[in-house]
Design a protein around this ligand. Structure first.
Ligand SMILES: Cc1ncc(COP(=O)(O)O)c(C=O)c1O
Length: 388
């Protein structure tokens, strides 16, 4: 079978040297990042402070719109931040937790940084209700839906779970939240770029994520989409001069909020981070998430098949419709196996309660999956692990 997506392999230097199965953590760097970062340095060196006006101040608009296009979101409603935790903080700062509607509902399979942030909001009056998983793989959807009630203000949930790659039923959660007057903050860090996200269809209130995993965009750029009708009514308390209607008027006193997306930003943006994000965003748009998803379903199925043949525990849903781009395999001595795989240039990671996470992306060959799993078998058969 010919795999058309493999023609992109040459764009990613690290694929020449490693078996790169870690795109759930850090996507491979596109070769063009060398050029855009050099161009950034040239601009800084030659245009100096004029670069703000000529490009940098509004770069977030371009980056936000490229990300919006990938998730079928309207233009000019996606702000740029440096990480997802900051996006959550911006959202939280729009709401008052002193009233009766102060409940925040999420699952214990959310990403820990996001949980730590919401736990921290208890001091502002937030009543955090955490729905527990039974098996560490699935979010109990019915229980989550039942917890979203008339006192619920916000539901910050991951679209795809980082530990198990379980795909949350975002549509059902958003419908339930809207039915009772709550807002959903959908974290698409582990979905966008590998699992289709359709904002027009799902109608979330907020969508956030970063570009460094499946979007191959590097660290320091995260996005925050805000539903325009809602966003125009909100006044983030976590704000700054980028959110001001006339930042260069340097007015004293309270802010006059700009329109979206700048309304949801705050201080000086991370310009090199945004420049570095562009090549990956362009490649993902060109490849197309639907084609990436088709390949991902096939390759993750193969990984599950290989793991099952060896009798290793798979902490990822078997059903392709419920599974994102990662397969978590908890083989014996998984932590040590992971360390040995890294030494052999097979790049994966280990997470407690998950096992070793294998995340093929559009640039991986089928052969690489076989190589990785054969290496696991070899490590377990050899004394390399046992001797440690
Ligand atoms: C689902 C999810 N949310 C958030 C994060 C990270 O959050 P932040 O950008 O604040 O570091 C990750 C992983 O790094 C993640 O997998």
């Amino acid at each position: 079978m010919t795999d058309d997506l493999l023609r992109y392999r040459g764009e990613f230097p690290i694929l020449e040297r490693t078996t790169y199965l870690i795109s759930n953590s850090l996507g491979a760097m596109p070769r063009a990042v060398y050029d855009v970062l050099r161009a950034y340095a040239d601009t800084w060196a030659t245009r100096g402070v004029r670069a703000w006006e000529e490009r940098w101040w509004t770069l977030a608009l371009e980056v936000g719109n490229r990300i919006a296009a990938l998730m079928n979101a309207p233009e000019n409603a996606t702000a740029i931040h440096q990480n997802v935790t900051t996006c959550q903080a911006t959202v939280a700062s729009c709401f008052d937790f002193s009233g009766k509607r102060n409940k925040v509902v999420y699952s214990d399979l959310n990403f820990p940084s996001v949980m730590y942030f919401w736990e921290g909001q208890r001091s502002r009056g937030a009543r955090v209700h955490m729905v527990k998983t039974d098996d560490g793989v699935h979010v109990p959807t019915e229980r989550l839906l039942a917890a979203i009630d008339e006192e619920t203000l916000l539901v910050p949930i991951s679209h795809v779970i980082f530990r198990s790659a379980f795909i949350n039923d975002a549509k059902a959660i958003i419908e339930r939240a809207h039915h009772v007057g709550a807002c959903v903050v959908l974290d698409t860090f582990q979905s966008l770029g590998t699992v289709p996200v359709d904002v027009a269809e799902l109608d979330p209130d907020f969508v956030c994520g970063g570009v460094l995993k499946w979007l191959c965009g590097g660290a320091g750029t995260a996005y925050l989409y805000v539903r325009p009708e809602l966003g125009r009514k909100l006044r983030p308390a976590f704000t700054g001069w980028m959110a001001h209607e006339e930042p260069f008027a340097f007015e004293v006193g309270p802010t006059r909020y700009a329109d979206l997306p700048f309304r949801f930003m705050n201080g000086t943006p991370n310009v090199p981070g945004m420049e570095a994000a562009l090549p990956g965003l362009k490649i993902i748009a060109e490849v197309g998430v639907d084609r990436i998803r088709e390949k991902s379903k096939r390759q993750t199925a193969r990984l599950i098949e290989l793991a099952s043949q060896h009798g290793w525990r798979v902490n990822t849903p078997r059903s392709a419709e419920q599974r994102g781009g990662t397969v978590s395999i908890d083989m014996p001595m998984a932590r040590e196996v992971c360390a040995e795989l890294l030494k052999r240039d097979i790049l994966v990671d280990y997470r407690p309660s998950a096992g070793v996470r294998f995340s093929p992306h559009f640039y991986n060959t089928d052969q690489e999956l076989e190589v990785a799993m054969a290496a696991v078998e070899d490590i377990l058969n050899s004394r390399t692990v046992a001797a440690k």
